[in-house]
Ligand binder design. Structure first.
Ligand SMILES: Cc1cc2nc3c(=O)[nH]c(=O)nc-3n(C[C@H](O)[C@H](O)[C@H](O)COP(=O)(O)OP(=O)(O)OC[C@H]3O[C@@H](n4cnc5c(N)ncnc54)[C@H](O)[C@@H]3O)c2cc1C
Length: 316
C-alpha cells in the first residue's frame, strides 16, 4: 500500500502552489491530476495545427503577493503582458499553460490519475480510490479541485462531514461555460489588441493570433458564452451551439470558420465564494482550496493555495 504524508487532488494553479509551498517547507507531497496535462482551467488546446487559450484568458495581479509571483513567471519567460492593451492583463507565454507547467517542474505530479472516492480510515488517514489503479493512503487530504467535485469524492467514500462544514461547502456552486474555438479562413475583424466587445450569448471574443498564442493560421478565435446561455445549452448538440455562437460573433469574424471545437466547462467560475481564503480542518486532516475561497479567478485560486499551505504547515 502506498502511503504519503500529504496528497493534493488537482494540478490547477491552487494545487500546484499549495504543493510547491509544502515541498519548499520540507514536507513530502504528491499531486494527483485526472487529466493528461497540468493547469486545470488555465488550459491551452490544440485545434488542427494551432493553439488556443480555451479557459482563463488572462489574469490580473492586484495583491503584492501575487504581483511578486507574477514577476517571477515573467522573469522565467512563462508569462508576459497581453500585447497592446492599456490594462495590466497578464498571459501565459507561449500560451496559458506555460505558467502551471513551470510550477509543476520539480513536483511529483501523477497525471491521468483520477481520484474516485475518499474514505477516512480508523487511524485518521485517508484511503483514496484511484480509477484503474491501487488505492493510495494520504496522511492529509488537500482538495484543490472545484468544490462540488471534492464533495462528490467524499460522498463516494461514504464520508460524512461535520454539519457546519458540509453546509458552508454545499453553498459553493459554479456556473458552466461553453467555449467555442474557431480557426478562420482569413484574418478576423477583432480589434488590433485581440479582444472584441461581447454581446448577446457571448461574454468573451478574442483572437489568439493577435494575442500571440496561435501561429500558422490567419485567425484563431475563442468565444465564451454567458453563464445563462451555457446553462441553458449545456447539453445542446455541438453543431447547434457552434452555429449560435458564430452567428453572434459574426461582426468580429471577417472570414468563415474552417474548423471548430467546443469545450463544455461544467465548473467555470464560482457563483458564490467562501469568505475565508481556504478551509483547513486539522482534526480531520482535510483541507480545501481553489477559486471558490477568498476571491475568484486565477489570482484568488493562487492565493487560496498559498493560504492552505500556510495553514497546513502551521498545523502539521
Ligand atoms: C472559460 C473560462 C474563462 C476564464 N477566464 C478567466 C480569466 O480571464 N481570468 C481569470 O483570472 N480567471 C479566469 N477563469 C477562472 C480561472 O481559470 C480559475 O479561477 C482558476 O484557474 C481555478 O484554479 P483552481 O486551481 O482553483 O482549479 P482548476 O484550475 O479547476 O484545477 C482543478 C484541477 O483538479 C483536477 N481534478 C478535478 N477532479 C479531480 C479528481 N477527481 N482527481 C484528480 N484530479 C481532479 C482538474 O482536472 C483540474 O486540473 C476562467 C475559467 C474558465 C473556465
Amino acid at each position: 500500500m502506498n502511503a504519503f504524508p500529504s496528497v493534493v487532488v488537482g494540478a490547477g494553479i491552487s494545487g500546484l502552489l499549495l504543493a510547491r509551498t509544502l515541498q519548499a517547507a520540507g514536507q513530502a507531497v504528491i499531486v494527483l491530476e485526472k487529466s493528461r496535462g497540468v493547469g486545470g482551467r488555465m488550459a491551452t488546446k490544440r485545434v488542427g495545427e494551432t493553439s488556443f487559450d480555451q479557459g482563463a484568458q488572462f489574469f490580473t495581479a492586484r495583491t503584492p503577493e501575487f504581483q511578486r509571483l507574477t514577476a517571477t513567471w515573467v522573469q522565467a519567460g512563462a508569462a508576459g503582458a497581453w500585447p497592446g492593451t492599456e490594462h495590466r492583463r497578464w498571459i501565459g507565454q507561449p500560451a496559458m499553460t506555460a505558467v502551471p507547467k513551470a510550477l509543476a517542474a520539480g513536483l511529483e505530479v501523477r497525471r491521468e490519475t483520477k481520484v474516485v472516492a475518499a474514505r477516512r480510515r480508523d487511524d485518521g488517514a485517508w484511503d483514496l480510490e484511484i480509477e484503474g489503479q491501487a488505492t493510495l493512503v494520504a496522511g492529509r487530504l488537500l482538495m484543490a479541485c472545484p468544490v462540488p467535485q471534492a464533495l462528490a469524492l467524499l460522498a463516494a467514500g461514504g464520508t460524512t462531514l461535520p454539519e457546519d462544514l458540509a453546509a458552508a461547502l454545499g453553498r459553493l456552486t459554479y456556473h458552466p461555460c461553453l467555449a467555442l474555438l474557431a480557426v478562420l479562413g482569413g484574418p478576423s475583424a477583432v480589434p488590433a489588441e485581440g479582444i472584441a466587445p461581447a454581446a448577446g450569448p457571448l461574454r468573451w471574443v478574442a483572437d489568439n493570433v493577435r494575442k500571440g498564442v496561435a501561429r500558422g493560421v490567419p485567425a484563431a478565435v475563442t468565444l465564451h458564452a454567458t453563464p445563462e446561455y451555457s446553462a441553458k445549452h449545456y447539453a445542446t448538440p455541438e453543431a447547434e451551439v457552434a452555429a449560435d455562437l458564430l452567428a453572434a460573433a459574426a461582426p468580429w469574424l471577417g472570414a468563415p470558420a474552417v474548423a471548430t471545437a467546443l469545450h463544455r466547462w461544467k465548473f467555470s467560475e464560482p457563483a458564490a465564494t467562501h469568505p475565508e481564503p481556504c478551509v483547513w480542518r486539522p482534526e480531520l486532516g482535510l483541507g480545501f482550496a481553489g477559486d471558490a475561497f477568498g476571491g475568484p479567478k486565477v489570482e484568488g485560486a493562487a492565493l487560496s493555495g498559498l493560504a492552505l499551505a500556510a495553514a497546513a504547515i502551521g498545523g502539521a
